[in-house]
Ligand binder design. Structure first.
Ligand code: GLN
Length: 306
């Protein structure tokens, strides 16, 4: 049972135009700053297979932290509750790249969606797989049913050359015994993983298993059991948009994961997954127009998880 969302998307596309230049395109990864702030794309993938798109929904963009969702889902599927020995599940209330909590919480990051937590997850994957980033890529290909999902090597190298803060975090966690592989190997894998690109249409499809109790809707492949999928949705709601998660839940009311490339993946459990992309970011590092678009979506459709 799904609605016709095309009209809603067309309305949103019109309404976001004045916002596109109000956000700030990420520049701490130099290559990301070359992307035009004028882009806006949105895709809704309904669990019955219908897809609605608008704007630049077929343009590839840098997933960045959205890959933390795929990396975590893969680690959670393989390791189960053991992941919680290495990372917490509380919102951090701090910027995604903050180091401060790591010291007094003894090298255990607050959650898998801030950089420190994602680095631990990549470390877990690096223990299990020969190349963690290839495991995440293969997983993303499976989820999107799209064999061409690939890295953007220019973005990966750009991030690698400015990765001092993430490298510092990894060394710090190693000192506390919460990092098992060589830091350089994990940072390399993490920068490549973050450089994966997708279109909104691909991303909405890739996230749809989390709207359907952990099972890929079109193939019936179970990725996570329903309970784990429900928990991952909760984690997205509370931690998926960094220290703006409270405001995002208030405005949008859907579990979501954002990235500094300007993408956001949001879930309507039991009904659809939604991907939006607009590169201009707000102060917390979430897409400014993308957040507004999702807010409009849940307002216009009178749907949210609440
Ligand atoms: N690769 C980015 C980083 O580690 C991801 C950050 C993000 O998207 N919030 O800084």
């Amino acid at each position: 049972m799904s609605s016709d969302y095309q009209q809603v998307l067309d309305t949103i596309h019109r309404d976001v135009q004045p916002l596109l230049r109000q956000g700030k395109v990420a520049s701490y990864i130099p290559q990301l700053s070359t992307v035009s702030p004028d882009h806006f794309g949105m895709a809704v993938f309904c669990l019955d297979g219908r897809t609605y798109t608008v704007g630049d929904a077929d343009v590839k963009f840098s997933l960045q932290s959205i890959t933390k969702l795929f990396a975590f889902a893969l680690a959670f599927a393989r390791e189960g509750d053991d992941v919680w020995k290495r990372v917490g599940r509380e919102p951090s209330g701090n910027p995604f790249n903050s180091l401060v909590q790591l010291e007094y919480e003894r090298g255990i990051p607050r959650n898998p969606f801030i950089n420190a937590g994602a680095l631990v997850i990549t470390d877990i994957l690096a223990t299990r797989y020969v190349q963690a980033e290839i495991a995440v890529q293969q997983f993303a290909r499976l989820l999107a049913n799209e064999p061409a999902i690939d890295f953007d090597h220019t973005v990966a190298e750009s991030e690698r050359s400015t990765a001092d803060r993430n490298t510092a975090m990894a060394h710090f966690m190693k000192d506390f015994g919460n990092f098992h592989n060589p830091v350089d190997i994990v940072i390399d894998a993490y920068c490549r993983q973050c450089s994966l690109t997708m279109t909104c249409a691909e991303l909405a499809k890739a996230g749809s298993f989390l709207a359907q109790h952990g099972t890929i809707p079109w193939s019936g492949t179970q990725i996570l059991d329903p309970s784990s999928s429900k928990r991952l949705n909760a984690l997205m709601l509370t931690c998926g948009t960094y220290d703006a998660a409270g405001d995002f839940a208030y405005r949008v009311g859907l579990p979501a994961k954002s990235g500094v490339g300007g993408g956001i993946l949001a879930l309507m459990p039991g009904e659809a997954s939604i991907a939006v992309w607009s590169p201009g970011l707000d102060e917390a590092g979430n897409s400014l127009a993308g957040t507004y678009a999702l807010e409009r979506f849940t307002t216009l459709t009178a749907r949210s998880i609440f």
